[in-house]
Ligand binder design. Structure first.
Ligand code: UFG
Length: 325
């Protein structure tokens, strides 16, 4: 297929672009490089530096480009920032997606796979989160992603777009020369590995009084290679005039302490972990039900938490300061 990957210079977008290229798709990456890395754009992909907030630039890429689909990652994704500066998320994520849909409609691009999030569910007190769980975001990041999901449902109904939203739980790991490099880094596994490498003195455990088996928060971690594979399945299975939503998780949660212990075992390093207060807005447990993705996409995660930590560790050692360092 001839595909446009927005945000293809970011962590997940670059790895999806890499998998698409590996199976012979023709890939163009569109990225503003505001938070993405030029070095992350896989070899073999065409690259356009453009911002989705510039409708003329987006239109110029799509118009006459012959694209058969778009995989849309380009977005802001820091929960804390979204609470402090919601307008950045409403404009960057929601207006950006609207501009993209306008350009797709004008150019007649038939399908879209969208990077949605478990943050659309908020803080549900259930063991396994299904797609039927009510939407109840608790921050502007989740609100912006849910709004785009709803835009896609309307667009599919009105104009026949084949649309799929993939709701990620906690994505981790690396894929060959591509890995996770955020500034600031807020995610648990990269921070734990920085503590293992000695580039930070310790890692914080945010909250030890949660109603969970060991008192620390539980999350559902998915290897980025498994996650990327789901995008390809979604591109193949998207149905014209429909908007489908799939959770991408493993139905298995790990606590913060379990993640740190796994990193100790994988790296063989001492990792100093300091118990701190809860981080604002962190629910006790978020674990996905994935029956719908199994049935609808034929997808199931294959890689373990150990695989994620090991692959992220290999990448971290090759790129101790991230891309471009
Ligand atoms: N944590 C620590 N110490 C740290 C960092 C994180 O204890 O230094 C804990 C958090 O409290 C949380 C768990 O580790 O319990 C995972 O935290 P991450 O920041 O790695 O991930 P989150 O679960 O907070 O966030 C993820 C995605 C977000 C998304 C959110 C809800 O990264 O984009 O899930 O779907 F919004």
């Amino acid at each position: 297929m001839r595909l446009l990957v927005t945000g293809g210079a970011g962590y997940i977008g670059s790895i999806v672009a890499q998998q698409l290229l590996a199976r012979g798709d023709d890939v163009t990456v569109l990225d503003s490089l505001y938070r993405g890395h030029r070095e992350a754009v896989p070899e073999g992909a065409a690259f356009v530096e453009a911002d989705l907030l510039d409708p003329a630039a987006v239109g110029a890429v799509l118009d006459g480009g012959g694209f058969e689909g778009v995989v849309h990652f380009a977005a802001l994704s820091l929960v804390g920032e979204s609470v402090e500066h919601p307008e950045r998320y409403w404009r960057g994520n929601v207006v950006g997606a609207l501009n993209l849909l306008d350009a797709m409609r004008a150019a007649g691009v038939p399908r879209l796979v969208f990077s949605s999030t478990a943050a659309t569910y908020g803080e549900p007190a259930v063991d396994l989160i299904t797609e039927e769980e009510p939407n109840a975001p608790v921050n502007a990041y989740g609100n912006s992603k849910l709004t785009i999901d709803r835009m896609l449902a309307d667009e599919a109904r009105a104009h026949g777009l084949a649309a799929v939203s993939l709701r990620y739980f906690n994505v981790a790991g690396a894929s060959g020369r591509l890995g996770e490099d955020h500034t600031p880094e807020t995610h648990l596994i990269p921070l734990v590995l920085q503590a293992a490498a000695g580039t930070r003195p310790s890692v914080a455990i945010f909250g030890t009084d949660y109603p969970t088996p060991d008192g620390t928060a539980v999350r559902d971690y998915v290897h980025v290679d498994d996650l990327a594979r789901a995008h390809i399945l979604a591109l193949e299975k998207a149905v014209p005039g429909r908007h489908d939503i799939f959770n991408l998780g493993s139905e298995r949660g790990y606590s913060v302490r379990e993640v740190i212990d796994t990193a100790r075992a994988v790296t063989g390093r001492e990792i100093v972990a300091l118990e701190e207060d809860r981080r604002a807005g962190d629910p006790p447990q978020l674990v996905a039900a994935n029956a719908r993705a199994r049935a609808g996409l034929g997808w199931a995660p294959e890689k373990s938490l150990e695989d994620m930590v090991r692959d992220a560790w290999v990448w971290h050692q090759a790129h101790p300061g991230g891309y471009g360092a």
